[in-house]
Design a binder for this molecule. Sequence first.
Ligand SMILES: Cc1cc2nc3c(=O)[nH]c(=O)nc-3n(C[C@H](O)[C@H](O)[C@H](O)COP(=O)(O)OP(=O)(O)OC[C@H]3O[C@@H](n4cnc5c(N)ncnc54)[C@H](O)[C@@H]3O)c2cc1C
Length: 487
Amino acid sequence: MSQHFDVLIVGVGISGVSAAYYLQERCPEKSYAILENQKSLGGTWRTHTYPGIRSDSDLFTFGYKFKPWSGAPIATADEILKYMNETVSEFGIDKHIRYQHQIVSASWSSSDNVWKLTAENLGTGETLEFTCNFLWMCQGYYRHSEGYTPEWEGMDKFKGQIVHPQTWPDDLDYKGKNVLVIGSGATAATIIPAMAEDCKHITMLQRSPTYFFPGENRNEVADMLRELDVPEEWTHEIVRQKILHDQKIITELAREHPDFAKEELIKGAREYLPEGYDMEKHFTPHYRPWRQRVAFVPDADLFKGITSGKASVVTDEIDSFTEKGVRLKSGETLEADIIITATGFNLSVLGDIDFSIDGEPLSFGERWTYRGIMYSGIPNMAWVFGYLRTSWTMRADLISEFVCRLLKHMDADGMKVCTPRLRDEDQAMPALPFIDPENFNPGYLMRAMHLMPKQGDHQPWIFAQDYYSEKDELPAANLDDGALVFV
Ligand SMILES: Cc1cc2nc3c(=O)[nH]c(=O)nc-3n(C[C@H](O)[C@H](O)[C@H](O)COP(=O)(O)OP(=O)(O)OC[C@H]3O[C@@H](n4cnc5c(N)ncnc54)[C@H](O)[C@@H]3O)c2cc1C
Protein backbone atom coordinates (compact mmCIF):
# COMPACT_ATOMS: atom_id res chain seq x y z
CA MET A 1 0.00 0.00 0.00
CA SER A 2 1.30 3.42 -0.80
CA GLN A 3 1.92 6.12 1.82
CA HIS A 4 1.02 9.72 1.04
CA PHE A 5 2.76 12.95 2.12
CA ASP A 6 2.20 16.55 1.05
CA VAL A 7 5.94 16.84 0.37
CA LEU A 8 8.64 14.21 -0.09
CA ILE A 9 12.27 15.24 0.24
CA VAL A 10 14.85 12.97 -1.36
CA GLY A 11 18.24 12.95 0.38
CA VAL A 12 19.39 14.04 3.82
CA GLY A 13 22.59 15.90 3.12
CA ILE A 14 23.07 19.62 3.70
CA SER A 15 20.23 20.46 1.26
CA GLY A 16 17.65 17.99 2.60
CA VAL A 17 18.06 19.27 6.16
CA SER A 18 17.64 22.86 4.96
CA ALA A 19 14.48 21.90 3.03
CA ALA A 20 12.97 20.13 6.05
CA TYR A 21 13.76 22.98 8.44
CA TYR A 22 12.11 25.65 6.30
CA LEU A 23 9.18 23.45 5.35
CA GLN A 24 8.20 22.76 8.94
CA GLU A 25 8.85 26.34 9.98
CA ARG A 26 7.05 28.08 7.09
CA CYS A 27 4.43 25.47 6.18
CA PRO A 28 3.81 23.67 9.49
CA GLU A 29 0.55 22.15 8.25
CA LYS A 30 2.33 20.14 5.52
CA SER A 31 3.06 16.48 6.13
CA TYR A 32 6.47 15.40 4.90
CA ALA A 33 9.09 12.66 4.95
CA ILE A 34 12.72 12.52 3.90
CA LEU A 35 13.78 9.42 2.00
CA GLU A 36 17.50 8.66 2.12
CA ASN A 37 19.32 5.62 0.80
CA GLN A 38 22.18 5.67 3.33
CA LYS A 39 22.07 4.41 6.92
CA SER A 40 22.69 7.87 8.38
CA LEU A 41 22.65 11.51 7.36
CA GLY A 42 25.32 13.75 5.90
CA GLY A 43 25.47 12.92 2.18
CA THR A 44 28.85 14.16 0.92
CA TRP A 45 30.24 14.27 4.46
CA ARG A 46 29.31 10.67 5.09
CA THR A 47 30.37 9.28 1.71
CA HIS A 48 33.88 10.73 1.83
CA THR A 49 36.15 9.18 4.42
CA TYR A 50 39.61 9.84 3.00
CA PRO A 51 42.36 11.08 5.36
CA GLY A 52 41.95 14.69 6.39
CA ILE A 53 38.46 15.08 4.82
CA ARG A 54 37.33 18.64 5.56
CA SER A 55 35.32 21.48 4.08
CA ASP A 56 37.01 24.00 1.87
CA SER A 57 34.31 26.56 2.60
CA ASP A 58 34.01 28.24 5.98
CA LEU A 59 31.24 26.80 8.15
CA PHE A 60 29.72 30.19 8.92
CA THR A 61 28.39 30.22 5.34
CA PHE A 62 28.41 26.46 4.70
CA GLY A 63 26.42 26.09 7.95
CA TYR A 64 22.79 27.18 8.10
CA LYS A 65 21.52 30.69 8.68
CA PHE A 66 19.35 29.25 11.49
CA LYS A 67 21.98 27.20 13.33
CA PRO A 68 25.08 29.01 14.65
CA TRP A 69 28.49 27.51 14.00
CA SER A 70 30.75 27.61 17.03
CA GLY A 71 33.99 26.07 15.77
CA ALA A 72 36.92 27.09 13.54
CA PRO A 73 35.91 28.14 10.00
CA ILE A 74 37.19 25.05 8.18
CA ALA A 75 35.69 21.87 9.63
CA THR A 76 36.36 18.15 9.36
CA ALA A 77 33.66 15.82 8.03
CA ASP A 78 33.09 14.55 11.58
CA GLU A 79 32.49 18.08 12.85
CA ILE A 80 30.07 18.77 9.99
CA LEU A 81 28.21 15.52 10.72
CA LYS A 82 27.98 16.43 14.40
CA TYR A 83 26.56 19.85 13.47
CA MET A 84 24.02 18.26 11.12
CA ASN A 85 23.01 15.64 13.69
CA GLU A 86 22.49 18.37 16.30
CA THR A 87 20.39 20.32 13.79
CA VAL A 88 18.03 17.44 12.97
CA SER A 89 17.48 16.54 16.60
CA GLU A 90 17.14 20.15 17.82
CA PHE A 91 14.39 20.87 15.29
CA GLY A 92 12.72 17.45 15.38
CA ILE A 93 13.61 16.75 11.74
CA ASP A 94 15.03 13.35 12.66
CA LYS A 95 11.52 11.92 13.23
CA HIS A 96 10.75 12.45 9.53
CA ILE A 97 13.78 10.66 8.06
CA ARG A 98 13.48 7.16 6.59
CA TYR A 99 16.92 5.71 6.06
CA GLN A 100 17.94 2.99 3.61
CA HIS A 101 15.20 4.02 1.19
CA GLN A 102 16.61 4.01 -2.33
CA ILE A 103 14.31 5.85 -4.71
CA VAL A 104 14.25 3.92 -7.95
CA SER A 105 11.54 5.65 -9.94
CA ALA A 106 9.37 8.74 -9.80
CA SER A 107 6.41 9.26 -12.04
CA TRP A 108 3.96 12.14 -12.23
CA SER A 109 0.33 11.29 -12.70
CA SER A 110 -1.72 14.11 -14.22
CA SER A 111 -4.97 12.36 -13.39
CA ASP A 112 -4.19 12.26 -9.66
CA ASN A 113 -1.86 15.31 -9.50
CA VAL A 114 0.70 13.35 -7.51
CA TRP A 115 4.22 12.02 -7.84
CA LYS A 116 4.38 8.25 -7.37
CA LEU A 117 7.71 7.06 -6.02
CA THR A 118 8.99 3.53 -5.87
CA ALA A 119 11.62 2.91 -3.21
CA GLU A 120 13.62 -0.11 -2.29
CA ASN A 121 14.21 -0.65 1.41
CA LEU A 122 17.89 -1.59 1.37
CA GLY A 123 17.59 -3.16 4.83
CA THR A 124 14.73 -5.54 4.12
CA GLY A 125 14.68 -5.71 0.31
CA GLU A 126 11.03 -4.64 0.35
CA THR A 127 9.62 -2.49 -2.45
CA LEU A 128 7.67 0.48 -1.12
CA GLU A 129 5.33 2.93 -2.80
CA PHE A 130 4.96 6.59 -1.84
CA THR A 131 2.90 9.42 -3.27
CA CYS A 132 3.29 13.15 -2.72
CA ASN A 133 1.97 16.43 -4.07
CA PHE A 134 5.36 18.09 -4.23
CA LEU A 135 8.72 16.45 -4.79
CA TRP A 136 11.79 18.19 -3.41
CA MET A 137 14.98 16.70 -4.85
CA CYS A 138 17.90 17.16 -2.45
CA GLN A 139 19.94 14.27 -3.77
CA GLY A 140 23.06 16.31 -4.57
CA TYR A 141 24.75 16.40 -7.96
CA TYR A 142 27.07 13.44 -8.20
CA ARG A 143 26.92 9.66 -8.00
CA HIS A 144 27.79 8.61 -4.47
CA SER A 145 28.51 4.99 -5.30
CA GLU A 146 31.53 5.60 -7.56
CA GLY A 147 33.89 8.48 -8.39
CA TYR A 148 35.28 9.41 -11.80
CA THR A 149 38.48 7.69 -12.90
CA PRO A 150 39.72 8.27 -16.46
CA GLU A 151 40.77 5.20 -18.46
CA TRP A 152 44.54 5.14 -18.85
CA GLU A 153 46.35 2.62 -20.96
CA GLY A 154 47.86 -0.23 -18.95
CA MET A 155 45.93 0.38 -15.72
CA ASP A 156 45.39 -3.36 -15.39
CA LYS A 157 49.18 -3.92 -15.42
CA PHE A 158 49.79 -1.89 -12.28
CA LYS A 159 50.75 -4.26 -9.44
CA GLY A 160 49.96 -1.82 -6.62
CA GLN A 161 46.64 -0.55 -5.40
CA ILE A 162 44.49 2.07 -7.18
CA VAL A 163 42.14 3.96 -4.88
CA HIS A 164 39.52 6.63 -5.62
CA PRO A 165 38.99 9.06 -2.70
CA GLN A 166 35.23 8.56 -2.93
CA THR A 167 35.48 4.86 -2.12
CA TRP A 168 38.32 4.90 0.39
CA PRO A 169 39.07 1.44 1.86
CA ASP A 170 38.89 1.53 5.69
CA ASP A 171 41.95 -0.68 5.95
CA LEU A 172 44.24 1.08 3.43
CA ASP A 173 47.76 0.78 4.82
CA TYR A 174 50.01 3.49 3.42
CA LYS A 175 52.59 3.59 6.22
CA GLY A 176 56.11 3.74 4.78
CA LYS A 177 54.81 3.46 1.20
CA ASN A 178 55.30 5.51 -1.93
CA VAL A 179 52.02 7.15 -2.84
CA LEU A 180 51.11 8.94 -6.04
CA VAL A 181 48.07 11.24 -6.05
CA ILE A 182 46.69 12.08 -9.50
CA GLY A 183 44.99 15.47 -9.46
CA SER A 184 45.50 18.80 -7.76
CA GLY A 185 42.05 19.95 -6.70
CA ALA A 186 40.78 20.43 -3.16
CA THR A 187 40.70 16.67 -2.54
CA ALA A 188 44.36 16.17 -3.45
CA ALA A 189 45.30 19.25 -1.42
CA THR A 190 43.57 17.69 1.60
CA ILE A 191 44.81 14.13 1.27
CA ILE A 192 48.47 14.97 0.69
CA PRO A 193 49.25 16.82 3.95
CA ALA A 194 47.09 14.36 5.91
CA MET A 195 49.05 11.35 4.62
CA ALA A 196 52.52 12.86 4.15
CA GLU A 197 53.86 12.10 7.64
CA ASP A 198 53.09 8.39 7.42
CA CYS A 199 54.06 7.71 3.81
CA LYS A 200 57.60 7.16 2.64
CA HIS A 201 56.92 9.85 0.06
CA ILE A 202 53.79 11.30 -1.52
CA THR A 203 53.72 12.90 -4.97
CA MET A 204 51.01 15.10 -6.43
CA LEU A 205 50.85 14.55 -10.19
CA GLN A 206 48.96 17.28 -11.99
CA ARG A 207 48.32 17.91 -15.66
CA SER A 208 48.11 21.62 -14.98
CA PRO A 209 48.36 23.79 -11.85
CA THR A 210 45.51 24.93 -9.57
CA TYR A 211 45.07 28.07 -7.50
CA PHE A 212 45.51 27.65 -3.77
CA PHE A 213 44.81 30.11 -1.04
CA PRO A 214 46.80 29.44 2.13
CA GLY A 215 45.60 30.97 5.37
CA GLU A 216 45.10 30.36 9.07
CA ASN A 217 42.07 28.32 10.06
CA ARG A 218 40.61 31.06 12.22
CA ASN A 219 38.34 34.03 11.81
CA GLU A 220 39.46 37.17 13.62
CA VAL A 221 36.00 38.73 13.83
CA ALA A 222 34.55 35.52 15.29
CA ASP A 223 37.40 35.29 17.80
CA MET A 224 36.85 38.88 18.91
CA LEU A 225 33.06 38.56 19.23
CA ARG A 226 33.43 35.32 21.13
CA GLU A 227 35.89 36.93 23.51
CA LEU A 228 33.33 39.68 24.13
CA ASP A 229 30.70 37.05 24.98
CA VAL A 230 28.43 38.28 22.19
CA PRO A 231 25.53 35.80 21.79
CA GLU A 232 26.40 32.96 19.42
CA GLU A 233 23.53 33.80 17.04
CA TRP A 234 24.85 37.33 16.55
CA THR A 235 28.41 36.19 16.05
CA HIS A 236 27.24 33.68 13.45
CA GLU A 237 25.27 36.25 11.48
CA ILE A 238 27.88 39.01 11.68
CA VAL A 239 30.69 36.69 10.60
CA ARG A 240 28.56 35.26 7.76
CA GLN A 241 27.84 38.74 6.45
CA LYS A 242 31.49 39.77 6.76
CA ILE A 243 32.69 36.68 4.89
CA LEU A 244 30.09 37.15 2.12
CA HIS A 245 31.04 40.81 1.84
CA ASP A 246 34.77 40.01 1.59
CA GLN A 247 34.18 37.22 -0.93
CA LYS A 248 32.18 39.58 -3.12
CA ILE A 249 35.02 42.07 -3.18
CA ILE A 250 37.56 39.32 -3.96
CA THR A 251 35.41 37.91 -6.80
CA GLU A 252 34.91 41.35 -8.32
CA LEU A 253 38.61 42.04 -8.06
CA ALA A 254 39.42 38.72 -9.74
CA ARG A 255 37.03 39.52 -12.60
CA GLU A 256 38.13 43.10 -13.10
CA HIS A 257 41.83 42.60 -12.50
CA PRO A 258 42.50 38.92 -13.22
CA ASP A 259 46.25 39.36 -13.60
CA PHE A 260 46.54 41.11 -10.25
CA ALA A 261 44.37 38.46 -8.52
CA LYS A 262 46.43 35.71 -10.12
CA GLU A 263 49.70 37.27 -8.98
CA GLU A 264 48.39 37.71 -5.42
CA LEU A 265 47.30 34.07 -5.21
CA ILE A 266 50.62 32.83 -6.53
CA LYS A 267 52.47 35.13 -4.13
CA GLY A 268 50.48 33.62 -1.25
CA ALA A 269 51.71 30.14 -2.14
CA ARG A 270 55.28 31.26 -2.89
CA GLU A 271 55.73 32.49 0.69
CA TYR A 272 55.56 28.94 2.00
CA LEU A 273 57.76 27.25 -0.59
CA PRO A 274 61.55 26.94 -0.64
CA GLU A 275 63.78 29.51 -2.38
CA GLY A 276 64.06 28.85 -6.10
CA TYR A 277 60.97 26.58 -6.23
CA ASP A 278 59.59 26.37 -9.80
CA MET A 279 56.39 28.37 -9.23
CA GLU A 280 55.87 28.94 -12.93
CA LYS A 281 55.67 25.24 -13.67
CA HIS A 282 53.80 23.93 -10.63
CA PHE A 283 51.70 26.74 -9.18
CA THR A 284 50.87 29.10 -12.05
CA PRO A 285 47.46 28.07 -13.44
CA HIS A 286 46.44 28.71 -17.04
CA TYR A 287 42.83 29.62 -16.25
CA ARG A 288 41.35 32.76 -14.72
CA PRO A 289 41.05 32.69 -10.94
CA TRP A 290 37.23 32.64 -10.66
CA ARG A 291 36.57 29.78 -13.09
CA GLN A 292 37.04 27.04 -10.52
CA ARG A 293 36.68 27.08 -6.75
CA VAL A 294 39.97 28.32 -5.25
CA ALA A 295 41.10 25.63 -2.82
CA PHE A 296 41.74 27.00 0.66
CA VAL A 297 44.80 25.44 2.30
CA PRO A 298 44.41 25.82 6.06
CA ASP A 299 47.64 26.65 7.83
CA ALA A 300 49.44 26.17 4.48
CA ASP A 301 49.74 22.46 5.29
CA LEU A 302 50.16 21.38 1.65
CA PHE A 303 53.09 23.76 1.14
CA LYS A 304 54.70 22.81 4.45
CA GLY A 305 54.65 19.17 3.29
CA ILE A 306 56.45 20.14 0.08
CA THR A 307 59.03 22.21 1.94
CA SER A 308 59.73 19.39 4.40
CA GLY A 309 60.52 17.06 1.47
CA LYS A 310 57.78 14.55 2.39
CA ALA A 311 55.64 15.66 -0.55
CA SER A 312 56.45 16.81 -4.06
CA VAL A 313 54.66 18.05 -7.15
CA VAL A 314 55.10 16.79 -10.72
CA THR A 315 53.42 18.69 -13.56
CA ASP A 316 53.13 16.40 -16.56
CA GLU A 317 50.66 14.14 -18.33
CA ILE A 318 50.19 10.42 -17.93
CA ASP A 319 51.13 8.41 -20.98
CA SER A 320 50.32 4.99 -19.51
CA PHE A 321 50.41 2.88 -16.38
CA THR A 322 53.21 0.39 -15.87
CA GLU A 323 53.63 -2.48 -13.41
CA LYS A 324 55.37 -0.15 -10.97
CA GLY A 325 53.65 3.17 -11.50
CA VAL A 326 53.12 5.54 -14.39
CA ARG A 327 55.04 6.62 -17.45
CA LEU A 328 54.66 10.32 -18.23
CA LYS A 329 54.49 12.03 -21.62
CA SER A 330 57.86 13.65 -20.88
CA GLY A 331 59.34 10.12 -20.72
CA GLU A 332 59.86 10.26 -16.93
CA THR A 333 58.48 7.43 -14.81
CA LEU A 334 57.00 7.64 -11.32
CA GLU A 335 56.98 4.55 -9.11
CA ALA A 336 54.30 4.01 -6.50
CA ASP A 337 52.86 1.36 -4.19
CA ILE A 338 49.49 3.12 -4.10
CA ILE A 339 47.94 5.40 -6.72
CA ILE A 340 45.12 7.68 -5.61
CA THR A 341 42.94 8.98 -8.42
CA ALA A 342 41.73 12.34 -7.09
CA THR A 343 40.14 12.91 -10.48
CA GLY A 344 36.66 14.04 -9.46
CA PHE A 345 33.17 12.68 -9.62
CA ASN A 346 30.47 11.59 -12.00
CA LEU A 347 27.73 14.12 -12.20
CA SER A 348 24.36 12.51 -11.57
CA VAL A 349 21.26 14.33 -12.69
CA LEU A 350 18.52 13.73 -10.16
CA GLY A 351 19.92 10.73 -8.35
CA ASP A 352 19.85 8.23 -11.23
CA ILE A 353 16.12 7.85 -10.70
CA ASP A 354 13.85 6.81 -13.60
CA PHE A 355 11.64 9.84 -14.02
CA SER A 356 8.48 9.88 -16.12
CA ILE A 357 5.38 12.00 -16.65
CA ASP A 358 2.21 10.03 -17.35
CA GLY A 359 4.33 7.11 -18.47
CA GLU A 360 6.62 9.15 -20.78
CA PRO A 361 10.29 8.91 -19.76
CA LEU A 362 11.86 12.27 -18.89
CA SER A 363 15.08 13.56 -20.31
CA PHE A 364 16.31 16.55 -18.32
CA GLY A 365 18.73 17.71 -21.02
CA GLU A 366 15.73 18.75 -23.14
CA ARG A 367 14.18 20.93 -20.44
CA TRP A 368 14.72 24.58 -19.56
CA THR A 369 15.67 25.52 -16.06
CA TYR A 370 13.35 27.85 -14.16
CA ARG A 371 15.77 29.97 -12.04
CA GLY A 372 17.98 26.90 -11.50
CA ILE A 373 15.27 25.40 -9.27
CA MET A 374 12.47 23.88 -11.40
CA TYR A 375 12.20 22.57 -14.98
CA SER A 376 9.96 23.45 -17.90
CA GLY A 377 7.11 20.99 -18.27
CA ILE A 378 7.82 19.22 -14.96
CA PRO A 379 5.07 19.81 -12.39
CA ASN A 380 5.52 20.27 -8.64
CA MET A 381 9.19 19.50 -8.45
CA ALA A 382 12.26 21.43 -7.24
CA TRP A 383 15.91 20.42 -7.38
CA VAL A 384 18.54 21.92 -5.09
CA PHE A 385 21.73 22.76 -6.94
CA GLY A 386 23.83 25.03 -4.73
CA TYR A 387 26.55 27.54 -5.42
CA LEU A 388 29.90 26.39 -6.69
CA ARG A 389 31.93 29.41 -5.58
CA THR A 390 29.96 30.68 -2.60
CA SER A 391 29.04 27.92 -0.12
CA TRP A 392 26.50 25.43 -1.47
CA THR A 393 24.26 25.98 1.57
CA MET A 394 23.69 29.67 0.83
CA ARG A 395 21.68 28.60 -2.21
CA ALA A 396 20.07 25.60 -0.51
CA ASP A 397 18.61 28.01 2.07
CA LEU A 398 17.45 30.49 -0.62
CA ILE A 399 15.74 27.66 -2.54
CA SER A 400 14.09 26.40 0.65
CA GLU A 401 12.58 29.82 1.23
CA PHE A 402 11.49 30.06 -2.41
CA VAL A 403 9.79 26.63 -2.40
CA CYS A 404 7.94 27.41 0.83
CA ARG A 405 6.73 30.72 -0.66
CA LEU A 406 5.57 28.84 -3.77
CA LEU A 407 3.69 26.22 -1.71
CA LYS A 408 1.95 28.93 0.31
CA HIS A 409 1.08 30.81 -2.87
CA MET A 410 -0.51 27.67 -4.31
CA ASP A 411 -2.47 27.01 -1.14
CA ALA A 412 -3.70 30.60 -0.94
CA ASP A 413 -5.14 30.33 -4.46
CA GLY A 414 -6.34 26.74 -4.04
CA MET A 415 -3.97 25.54 -6.78
CA LYS A 416 -2.77 21.95 -6.87
CA VAL A 417 -0.21 22.00 -9.69
CA CYS A 418 2.56 24.39 -10.67
CA THR A 419 4.44 23.79 -13.92
CA PRO A 420 7.07 26.10 -15.44
CA ARG A 421 6.30 26.66 -19.14
CA LEU A 422 7.88 28.85 -21.80
CA ARG A 423 5.65 31.83 -22.63
CA ASP A 424 5.29 33.21 -26.16
CA GLU A 425 8.09 35.70 -25.50
CA ASP A 426 10.39 32.86 -24.36
CA GLN A 427 10.00 30.64 -27.41
CA ALA A 428 12.92 32.07 -29.38
CA MET A 429 15.42 32.08 -26.49
CA PRO A 430 18.89 30.78 -27.31
CA ALA A 431 19.64 27.50 -25.51
CA LEU A 432 22.60 28.14 -23.23
CA PRO A 433 24.40 25.61 -21.01
CA PHE A 434 23.13 25.11 -17.43
CA ILE A 435 26.42 26.53 -16.14
CA ASP A 436 28.20 29.13 -18.24
CA PRO A 437 31.70 27.69 -18.90
CA GLU A 438 33.05 31.26 -18.92
CA ASN A 439 31.86 31.52 -15.33
CA PHE A 440 32.79 28.09 -13.98
CA ASN A 441 34.34 25.16 -15.82
CA PRO A 442 35.44 22.19 -13.70
CA GLY A 443 35.78 18.87 -15.52
CA TYR A 444 32.84 17.06 -13.89
CA LEU A 445 30.45 19.73 -15.17
CA MET A 446 31.99 19.98 -18.62
CA ARG A 447 31.73 16.18 -19.06
CA ALA A 448 28.02 16.09 -18.28
CA MET A 449 26.61 19.43 -19.39
CA HIS A 450 24.52 17.78 -22.12
CA LEU A 451 22.54 15.93 -19.42
CA MET A 452 21.63 19.12 -17.60
CA PRO A 453 18.70 21.39 -18.45
CA LYS A 454 19.33 24.42 -20.67
CA GLN A 455 19.11 28.00 -19.56
CA GLY A 456 17.82 30.94 -21.57
CA ASP A 457 18.97 34.54 -21.86
CA HIS A 458 16.37 36.19 -19.65
CA GLN A 459 14.56 35.55 -16.38
CA PRO A 460 13.02 33.38 -15.14
CA TRP A 461 15.06 31.00 -17.31
CA ILE A 462 18.50 31.96 -16.04
CA PHE A 463 20.63 30.09 -13.52
CA ALA A 464 22.89 32.88 -12.41
CA GLN A 465 25.13 30.97 -9.92
CA ASP A 466 25.48 34.30 -8.17
CA TYR A 467 24.46 34.64 -4.53
CA TYR A 468 24.72 38.41 -4.59
CA SER A 469 22.00 38.86 -7.22
CA GLU A 470 19.85 35.87 -6.18
CA LYS A 471 19.64 36.91 -2.53
CA ASP A 472 17.44 39.82 -3.65
CA GLU A 473 15.90 38.34 -6.80
CA LEU A 474 14.64 35.00 -5.48
CA PRO A 475 12.65 36.34 -2.52
CA ALA A 476 11.10 38.97 -4.82
CA ALA A 477 10.54 36.72 -7.88
CA ASN A 478 7.08 37.27 -9.33
CA LEU A 479 5.25 33.93 -9.20
CA ASP A 480 2.50 35.28 -11.43
CA ASP A 481 4.60 36.33 -14.42
CA GLY A 482 3.02 33.60 -16.57
CA ALA A 483 6.10 31.34 -16.58
CA LEU A 484 4.63 29.27 -13.76
CA VAL A 485 1.33 27.77 -14.87
CA PHE A 486 -0.99 27.00 -11.94
CA VAL A 487 -3.90 24.62 -12.10
C1 LIG B 1 34.74 16.07 -1.03
C2 LIG B 1 33.81 17.21 -1.24
C3 LIG B 1 34.00 18.39 -0.55
C4 LIG B 1 33.12 19.44 -0.73
N1 LIG B 1 33.34 20.59 -0.04
C5 LIG B 1 32.51 21.63 -0.20
C6 LIG B 1 32.71 22.83 0.52
O1 LIG B 1 33.62 22.97 1.32
N2 LIG B 1 31.86 23.85 0.29
C7 LIG B 1 30.80 23.76 -0.57
O2 LIG B 1 30.06 24.71 -0.72
N3 LIG B 1 30.59 22.62 -1.26
C8 LIG B 1 31.40 21.57 -1.10
N4 LIG B 1 31.18 20.41 -1.80
C9 LIG B 1 29.99 20.28 -2.62
C10 LIG B 1 28.98 19.45 -1.76
O3 LIG B 1 28.59 18.33 -2.41
C11 LIG B 1 27.86 20.28 -1.28
O4 LIG B 1 28.35 21.39 -0.66
C12 LIG B 1 26.86 19.65 -0.31
O5 LIG B 1 27.39 18.94 0.78
C13 LIG B 1 25.89 18.86 -1.10
O6 LIG B 1 24.81 18.61 -0.26
P1 LIG B 1 23.48 17.99 -0.81
O7 LIG B 1 22.62 17.72 0.37
O8 LIG B 1 22.90 18.84 -1.88
O9 LIG B 1 23.91 16.63 -1.53
P2 LIG B 1 24.71 15.37 -0.97
O10 LIG B 1 25.64 15.73 0.08
O11 LIG B 1 25.24 14.72 -2.20
O12 LIG B 1 23.58 14.47 -0.31
C14 LIG B 1 22.58 13.86 -1.10
C15 LIG B 1 22.00 12.68 -0.34
O13 LIG B 1 20.97 12.11 -1.16
C16 LIG B 1 21.11 10.69 -1.18
N5 LIG B 1 20.56 10.18 -2.44
C17 LIG B 1 21.01 10.40 -3.71
N6 LIG B 1 20.26 9.73 -4.61
C18 LIG B 1 19.30 9.08 -3.90
C19 LIG B 1 18.23 8.21 -4.26
N7 LIG B 1 17.99 7.87 -5.53
N8 LIG B 1 17.44 7.70 -3.27
C20 LIG B 1 17.65 8.05 -1.97
N9 LIG B 1 18.67 8.85 -1.57
C21 LIG B 1 19.47 9.37 -2.52
C22 LIG B 1 22.62 10.50 -1.10
O14 LIG B 1 22.97 9.21 -0.63
C23 LIG B 1 23.02 11.58 -0.12
O15 LIG B 1 22.97 11.14 1.22
C24 LIG B 1 32.03 19.34 -1.65
C25 LIG B 1 31.87 18.16 -2.36
C26 LIG B 1 32.74 17.10 -2.17
C27 LIG B 1 32.52 15.84 -2.95
